[in-house]
Design a protein around this ligand. Sequence first.
Ligand SMILES: Cc1cc2nc3c(=O)[nH]c(=O)nc-3n(C[C@H](O)[C@H](O)[C@H](O)COP(=O)(O)OP(=O)(O)OC[C@H]3O[C@@H](n4cnc5c(N)ncnc54)[C@H](O)[C@@H]3O)c2cc1C
Length: 487
Amino acid sequence: MESVDVVVIGAGFAGLVAARELGRAGHEVLVIEARDRIGGRTWTDHRLGHELEMGANWVHWVQPHVWAEMTRYGRGIERSPAAEEAYWHDSDGRPHRGTLPEFMALIADGQRRIVADVGEAMPRGTEPAHGGIRELDALSIQDRIDALALDPEARAANEAVWVGHVNAPLDRVGLSSALRWVAACGGHWPLMHEASATYRVVGGLRAFAERIAADVPGEIRLGTAVTSVTQTAADTATAVTEATAVTEATAGPTPVAAAGSHQDAGAIVETAAGDRIRARRVVSTLPANAIMGIRFDPVLPETWTRLAHETVASQGAKLWLRARGHVPRFFAYASQRDPLSVLKAEFTGTDEAGDYTLLVAFGPDHARVDPDDLPALQAAVDACRPGLEITAATSHDWMSDPLSRTTWMTHRPGQLTRDLAALQEPWGAVHFATTDNADLWGGFIDGAVESALRESRRVAASLSSGSPTASLARQEVSPEGPLTRNE
Ligand SMILES: Cc1cc2nc3c(=O)[nH]c(=O)nc-3n(C[C@H](O)[C@H](O)[C@H](O)COP(=O)(O)OP(=O)(O)OC[C@H]3O[C@@H](n4cnc5c(N)ncnc54)[C@H](O)[C@@H]3O)c2cc1C
């Protein structure tokens, strides 16, 4: 049986950085990725005549973990075009054209008040589950907006802006998701807007991910889905090592007898092709919504299984649309009830069919938009920014994709303070590195890198000490947070 120190499941940013760190620390790593490409929820693909980001698009220097990677690999940024025009719904719900300063003036009071208590709720961006948020976490963003009694025009604009950020209807998303990203920007809400949707990576995210992958001193095995992870007791692992091929062919690994064993051991990782790989440690980078795609034995702690069944809040869509002609650069917000709530002009070009503008669009519900239904998309665009003719569209449905089942992670009310600490805890030989369990910019590429640095450090420490980071005994997470334990 193939045997390595660490199997990393997934070659998104979390998996690539974790593998690089562990490989460079001298451990033998194998990255196993189900897709035929690296990058995970970042995916630069050639569509509509351009290199388009089907997943993540923007980064910012206030995101320290991804920015360190940008510096390390000499990546530059370019600004998405500044808007010459802005569109939003007037008090009768009709699209209205204005300027960027007018729009910012319209939303400023609401934006400030939505996150006014961020200093008390999340005094430290790096500890988002601590502070007054414990009392507020039952609230949705909609609850907070409803309490502000904004006039209809300002209310619709503020709602649409937040739908753009959290990628779901606002009554489904915890206020914590708004507060944590503003906390990460030192409480400065306009900076949060800039950080989340302004600067693209020059050369695209695929090239960025490839640079990290080139630094992984180990194999990245593509097109290989992991189907099960079976933790094994120490003596079992020895037996497996010594077993012959006959044993491997006829018997699976002997699983840990019961949760509660304190044996350091490792795990047997099985792929869809039936290959089995023995690893002293496993790093899962699967998103919370997709983790049930792997059978874990012993089963994952309740926090993971409950969250996977409950699902996190994000459920939206990102689309690229081609409009006829060169359109003045604009951004447009419809209402949160429209299929598309946010529309922006990103690129212009000319080909044999004539001049065109490429638009990026976001909606709160992936099930309400279909890139093949141009008449429906035209109507959705008309509700944002009248006067455009849509001639083509493309998208990737990340919610229906079994390897993600999420776009960028946002929490439902209550999930942040209930789950975050427990999601960061290793489970025997299995560690979890994913943007979904990051502290600072959870949901962003930055969070993926942060989680990878955290777990690779823990895995390296446990490998050199020869004992697991955490036993399989039921772990009680201290209300003070997980980082005081198991380090
Ligand atoms: C539409 C969209 C827009 C976004 N916009 C931004 C943005 O502008 N800025 C930003 O910072 N972030 C953005 N994000 C979020 C960002 O893409 C993610 O937070 C980040 O890429 C997650 O990285 P990760 O490594 O934690 O997870 P992932 O990238 O999801 O990596 C997990 C990997 O595990 C693999 N996998 C799953 N199951 C298995 C299995 N059984 N066996 C083997 N491999 C498996 C998956 O294929 C995947 O490659 C966006 C995301 C989406 C979808």
